[in-house]
Design a binder for this molecule. Structure first.
Ligand code: K2U
Ligand code: ZN
Length: 167
C-alpha cells in the first residue's frame, strides 16, 4: 500500500477527463487501495483518481464516522438525479477553501465494483454530495468552478500567495 500525492488547484492536470476502465485487474485494485489509504490519511471522505494524477474513472468514498465503510466505484455514471441541496464543500485539491455548492439531493448511480459486477444505487445526503463531487473530478471539474468568477479569482490569488510563502 502507498500514499499518493494529491494535485493542487489550479494544476492543469485536474482538468483532464478520466478514461473508462477497460479491465478491472490487479493494477486497478492496487490503485483503489492506494487511493483509499491516501483518502483516510488526508483525511477526507472521498477521492478521485484524477486528483492523484491517474486519469481513469475510479473513485473511493467513505462518509462513515467509523471510517470503515469504503465504497469503490469504477466507471460511475449518474442515471437520475432529484431535488436540490446546498452544502458546505471542501476539497483535498483546494486546501483551506470551503464554500457552499448546490447539488442534487439524491442521485441514482450505476458503476462497476472491484469484482467487475455492475451495481446501481440510489443515495442521498452527504453521500450524494460526495458522489457528485468525485464524478465532477473525473470530468475535470473542481468544486470551486461552481462558484462565481470573482470567488475563483480570489481563491487562485490566495493559493498562489500561499505557494509563494511555502516555496
Ligand atoms: O474530492 C475530494 O477532494 C474529497 C473531498 C470530498 C467532499 C468534500 C465536501 C463534500 C463532500 C465530499 C474531501 O473529503 S474534503 C475534506 C472533507 C472532509 C470531511 C467532510 C467534508 C470535507
Ligand atoms: Zn475534491
Amino acid at each position: 500500500m502507498s500514499l499518493l500525492s494529491i494535485l493542487h488547484f489550479p494544476d492543469p492536470r485536474l482538468k483532464k477527463i478520466a478514461a473508462p476502465v477497460t479491465a478491472i485487474d490487479d493494477s486497478i485494485r492496487r490503485l483503489a487501495s492506494d487511493m483509499a489509504e491516501t483518502m483516510y490519511e488526508a483525511p477526507g471522505i472521498g477521492l478521485a483518481a484524477t486528483q492523484v494524477d491517474v486519469h481513469k474513472q475510479v473513485i473511493v468514498i467513505d462518509v462513515s464516522e467509523t471510517r470503515d465503510q469504503l465504497w469503490t466505484l469504477i466507471n460511475p455514471e449518474i442515471l437520475e438525479s432529484e431535488g436540490v441541496q446546498v452544502g458546505e464543500e471542501g476539497c483535498l485539491s483546494v486546501p483551506g477553501i470551503y464554500d457552499k455548492v448546490e447539488r442534487a439531493a439524491s442521485v441514482r448511480v450505476r458503476y462497476l465494483d472491484l469484482d467487475g459486477q455492475e451495481q446501481t444505487q440510489t443515495v442521498d445526503g452527504l453521500l450524494a454530495v460526495c458522489v457528485q463531487h468525485e464524478i465532477d473530478h473525473l470530468r475535470g471539474r473542481v468544486f470551486v468552478e461552481h462558484l462565481s468568477q470573482l470567488k475563483q479569482t480570489r481563491i487562485k490569488n490566495r493559493l498562489a500567495k500561499q505557494a509563494r510563502i511555502t516555496a
